[in-house]
Write a new protein. Structure first.
Length: 75
């Protein structure tokens, strides 16, 4: 049996056609149900949502990583 790992995509394959997937969990979506966009500004976007553990309505501010690097550099 010939086994190989494709370095481009990380899939494991063999003559028996076994495949392995890596699950990526978005920490924001793991804790919140995200609805619609409420607002957008220079700092980021704000979405309506619900916290899964207790059903609490929330507003979620999503700041791009690039923007966070810029803010940390200024400090």
């Amino acid at each position: 049996m010939t086994d190989s790992i494709d370095s481009n995509n990380g899939w494991f394959s063999s003559k028996k056609k076994f495949f392995s997937f890596v699950a990526v969990v978005d920490p924001l979506r793991a804790r919140y149900l995200i609805a619609h966009k409420l607002a957008s500004g220079g700092f980021g976007d704000v979405y309506a949502g619900v916290r899964k553990k207790d059903g609490m309505p929330v507003a979620l501010k999503v700041v791009p990583k690039k923007r966070m690097r810029e803010i940390n550099t200024v400090r």
